[in-house]
Design a protein around this ligand. Structure first.
Ligand SMILES: [Zn+2]
Ligand SMILES: [Zn+2]
Length: 373
């Protein structure tokens, strides 16, 4: 596993690697885990965009849930019900593609309360988060209706919170945690960046954005700032085979080029700057880093999946998580699972039922009819 190529933070007293489930978070500490750091082209080493933020008060939040990111979330072996809320920065698939897995995976994984999901509005209702979430749910009717008889029915529910994309405002305020959304400049109205403030610590996540004054104004002085940058134009042409026009469109018009992100990071001046949303390989990282260093000389981490950042007032430590590939759902909060209410099971048509070798009867418990075995 690669490590972030340049980290000026100290290691402090932390173990060399982060083993999920073995380290209690200090009451004044924040932990950030990169669940997805790659590009819309999904690859095993880097899932699509996603960041987990854990706080010393026990609260946990996920910012974006692009394709593949949920496989990394489950590798942390954390109960799904521990996540207070899920936030989307915009409706590109590489940021919300794992919607179905967040919803149904967490349900099958033991969640016993409705999912709390937040996302921005758009210029028209059809471009907003509410529309997206409702249509996703509607399209999965077969899935939901076949599960509500077996799994706790409440797991099918989502509380959808759509907020105004067009201004900087607090969209979540609970238990000492404030999450602020502000507009991102990314192709079309409706994309946002997010800022989380808790206990004197601030985390800012760009989502996708080209460099903007709005970002500088809202991120200034933050402890940890995650800013997107795409691979360099040369890398996009050479490695992805894009023509120059396409490479420039993607690398600078739609996203931030590394040297552009660096200009923003210099202005924001965080305690730790993190860049992501590029293929971070041994042969692309040096050029990416050199481009950032044209304008930004502060502490820098070049993110890859499972990079972990511990933040306190005194220090910021970056490490890699060590995870297992063979995880089962964390069952520590499953006490209520057996008792939770189910709905009626879907029933097969008689001709399909008749074809069943071992007859079963739909009931509240969905058991095999053992008399007929
Ligand atoms: Zn995007
Ligand atoms: Zn993206």
């Amino acid at each position: 596993m690669t490590t972030p190529s340049e980290t000026q933070a100290t290691r402090g007293d932390y173990p060399e690697h982060y083993y999920p489930g073995t380290e209690e978070l200090g009451e004044n500490e924040m932990r950030i885990v990169a669940l997805g750091t790659g590009r819309p082209f999904l690859r095993r080493s880097q899932a699509n965009a996603s960041w987990l933020i854990e706080l010393g008060n026990g609260d946990k939040f996920v910012f974006d849930y692009g394709f593949g990111s949920q496989m990394n979330f489950t590798a942390l072996e954390m109960p799904y019900s521990d996540v207070n809320a899920w936030f989307a920065t915009h409706l590109h698939t590489d940021h919300v593609g794992d919607f179905g897995q967040v919803w149904v995976g967490s349900w099958a994984g033991g969640r016993l309360e409705p999912l709390e999901m937040y996302g921005p509005s758009g210029l028209e209702p059809k471009y907003g988060f509410q529309h997206f979430a409702e249509k996703q749910m509607e399209s999965y009717a077969w899935d939901t209706d076949t599960r509500v008889g077996a799994l706790p029915a409440i797991g099918a529910e989502i509380n959808i919170h759509e907020f105004d994309y067009s201004k900087a405002h607090v969209v979540y305020d609970n238990n000492g945690v404030q999450i602020t959304s502000f507009p991102a400049v990314h192709l079309f109205d409706g994309a946002v960046s997010l800022r989380l403030d808790w206990n004197g610590l601030t985390f800012v996540y760009s989502g996708d954005t080209t460099p903007s004054q709005i970002f500088i104004d809202n991120a200034k002085g933050a402890d940890v700032v995650v800013h997107e940058t795409f691979n360099t134009i040369e890398q996009l042409m050479d490695r992805s085979g894009y023509d120059e026009r396409t490479a420039r469109a993607i690398g600078t018009y739609i996203h931030s080029a590394p040297q552009e992100a660096a200009v923003v990071l210099k202005e924001v001046d965080p305690r730790l700057a993190v860049i992501f949303h590029f293929f971070n390989d041994f042969d692309t990282a040096p050029e990416m880093q050199a481009k950032v260093r044209e304008h930004y000389q502060g502490p820098l981490a070049m993110a890859t999946d499972f990079m972990v950042v511990n933040v306190t007032k005194d220090e910021i430590v970056t490490r890699m998580a060590e995870i297992s590939e063979h995880v089962w759902p964390n069952k520590s909060k499953h006490e209520g699972f057996g008792k939770a209410e189910r709905k009626k099971m879907t029933e097969l048509s008689p001709w399909l039922k008749e074809a069943q070798l071992f007859p079963k009867f739909p009931s509240d418990r969905g058991l095999v009819n053992e008399d007929e075995l």
